[in-house]
Ligand binder design. Structure first.
Ligand code: FUL
Length: 603
């Protein structure tokens, strides 16, 4: 028999549950993610694969004249790629099915520059077939990068090309089962005197949706997801999943700043994707085997992509065997181990949690939902309340340096400012973070903090905030703190690195030497502009000059302003070397932090 206390308790619980049911969830706010976009965002990290003729020629941008026979992986092993991606915790792989050289990694009947024209496997090979099967085997999603810019197709620059491209899309999207993401690269290096192609984006996008209704379409501006605006792996510390798209349709140029931060109250849901390479370049080359991004740098990229409401697409380019190179895969495993180490202990666990407001006083919207792992349970407050706070109290002091928050984006992105405060053992509250957006996931790097309580104050929100997760972590591995070296605009560039375009750069080697090539490094992050095309001359005496290259291009240097190694076709004797810029990204200046010869014997 139940006693009176039990009966009263039961009755109270029934009233509470009944009460909970009658409290409506917050209405959605603003532009919302589609189901496909939400599923995509939850993937968090994916692998990018750049593979093609460039892997064998060391070019960043092949010009489309290379023989198909150049493509000759000696031991293609797509299962090794998939196994690696899986072990790193990535959820999908996107491959360069066709890069700017036009070479197709599958037998595309619409093109004359494909694996079918190569002698690799007697023209019977198909990289996409093997990769899509490997992805299925390892439970990964499969996506394709197809470059609209095509330096091989004879139709490029004419109206006909749009239809050629449509048929290419139909073919690649129709053969290999489900494609989760279609990647349209916005790059075009034709230059002012090159071919001009007006792309029919409506045709391209509708073709993708016809073939793959659930695909997320990446381009500079979406519609599925947008480019983050740089190739060094950093989303804005303010990063909205929403953006206005009208500035583009009205012929506006790409604004990298807007792409980086999105726009508050933007009319479309177009979240940022952060694409970055583990190597300086996008394709594998021997000379970069020892220039992988450090573990610390990869962690920083993680915090500045996944930790800033963006998806990380990390490029790991396979080598000429068709394997992910050993050093790359080791670095990836270290990255995974470090993430596991940091993220496996949540110091918020077991805390007492309370909030300044709970929607309808209902348990359904309790702040306790912030501490569970159910994605769809969240803390919500009453309509009209936009500056609530939530408090954690610990039974003993907790030490941490990362605060992770998630907004429940199925109901839209709302928060535009928040602070975090910590209470020390002597009862003092100190502000440890003052930030702007949260979005799908925000990881804030806070100073090393030991606290008995923590408060998250939402200080600005477009509608009542809806948060589904709050966690605290301790990162003893990356050495990164809130004041750490942040990839961004404000790193110091010595004055002598920035040179007027009228000035050629001359190097005096002090004696006559034989060089196999040369390198040029722009200033950090491309500040002061980059040399895009240049003339290179050499001299034995400083008076008589011989031209080595005329109006030659540094491929992809504007998007990826890292050191460029250029090989000569045969060794060149010189005492002096002169680079004269022809085209620069800044009309007045160019940055140069390195300029020298290569004498490594590899041409
Ligand atoms: C850029 C391209 O030009 C690079 O080669 C690379 O594919 C990168 C992902 O996008 O815009």
């Amino acid at each position: 028999m139940k006693n009176l206390f039990e009966i009263l308790h039961l009755a109270a619980a029934t009233v509470l549950v009944a009460g909970s049911c009658s409290v409506r969830p917050p209405a959605p706010y603003g532009a919302l993610p589609s189901d496909a976009q939400l599923k995509w965002q939850k993937m968090e990290t994916n692998m990018f694969i750049h593979f093609g003729p460039n892997t064998f020629t060391s070019a960043e941008w092949g010009d489309g004249t290379e023989s198909a026979d150049v493509f000759a992986p000696s031991d293609l092993d797509c299962r090794q790629w998939a196994a690696t991606a899986k072990a790193v915790g990535m959820k999908g792989i996107i491959i360069t099915a066709k890069h700017h050289d036009g070479f197709c990694l599958w037998p595309n009947p619409v093109s004359g520059h494909t694996v079918a024209q190569s002698s690799w496997r007697d023209g019977q090979g198909d990289v996409l077939k093997e990769l899509s099967e490997a992805c299925r085997e390892y439970g990964l999603e499969f996506g394709v990068y197809v470059s609209p810019w095509d330096r091989n197709d004879p139709h490029y620059g004419t109206d006909e090309y749009n239809d050629v491209f449509r048929r290419t899309l139909e073919d690649v999207l129709g053969r290999y089962g489900e494609v989760f993401e279609q990647w349209f690269d916005g790059a075009c290096g034709e230059g002012p005197n090159g071919k001009v192609q007006v792309y029919d984006w409506n045709l391209f996008n509708s073709t993708v949706y016809k073939m793959q209704p659930d695909a997320v379409i990446f381009s500079n501006v979406g519609p599925g997801c947008r480019w983050v605006g740089n190739e060094y792996g950093s989303a804005g510390s303010t990063c909205w999943g929403t953006m206005n798209v009208s500035w583009l349709s009205s012929g506006g140029n790409i604004d990298r700043g807007i792409l980086n931060s999105g726009e508050m109250n933007g009319e479309k849901w177009v979240p940022a994707e952060t694409d970055v390479s583990i190597r300086p370049g996008w394709f594998w080359r021997e000379s970069e085997n020892s220039r992988l991004k450090s573990l610390g740098n990869l962690m920083k990229i993680y915090y500045e992509s996944v930790g800033r409401n963006s998806l990380l697409l990390l490029n790991v380019p396979p080598d000429t065997r068709g394997h992910i190179y050993e050093a790359d895969s080791l670095r990836l495993m270290a990255f995974r181990a470090a993430l596991d180490y940091v993220l496996s202990v949540n110091y918020a666990e077991g805390a007492m949690i309370s909030a300044s407001d709970v929607r309808g006083d209902s348990e359904m919207f309790s702040p306790a939902n912030l501490l569970d792992e159910d994605y769809d349970s969240y803390w919500a407050v009453d309509d009209g309340i936009t500056t609530p706070y939530v408090t954690l109290e610990f039974d003993s002091p907790r030490t941490f340096n990362r605060v992770m928050l998630q907004e429940y984006i199925p109901l839209g992105q709302r928060v535009y400012s928040f602070t975090v405060e910590a209470m020390s053992e002597d009862g003092e509250w100190t502000e440890i973070a003052r930030e702007t957006t949260i979005g799908y996931k925000r990881i804030v790097l806070v100073p090393q903090t030991t606290a008995v309580a923590l408060r998250v104050n939402i200080t600005g929100s477009l509608a009542c905030p809806v948060l589904n997760r709050l966690a605290l972590y301790q990162d003893n591995i990356s050495g990164l703190g809130p004041e750490g070296p942040v990839a961004g605009k404000d790193c110091f560039i010595p004055e002598e690195y920035i040179v007027p375009v009228s000035e050629a750069k001359v190097l005096d080697l002090g004696e006559v030497k034989e060089a196999d090539g040369f390198f040029y490094t722009p200033a950090d992050l491309g500040q002061g502009g980059c040399v895009i095309t240049y003339n290179l001359e050499v001299s034995l005496d400083g008076n008589n000059w011989t031209a080595v290259f005329k109006d030659r291009m540094f491929d992809n240097i504007v998007n990826n302003p890292v050191r460029q190694d250029v090989r000569f076709t045969s060794p060149v004797k010189m005492r002096y070397m002169r680079m004269t810029p022809v085209r620069t990204s800044d009309p007045d200046t160019y940055g140069i932090s390195g300029f020298g010869i290569l004498t490594d014997g590899s041409l």
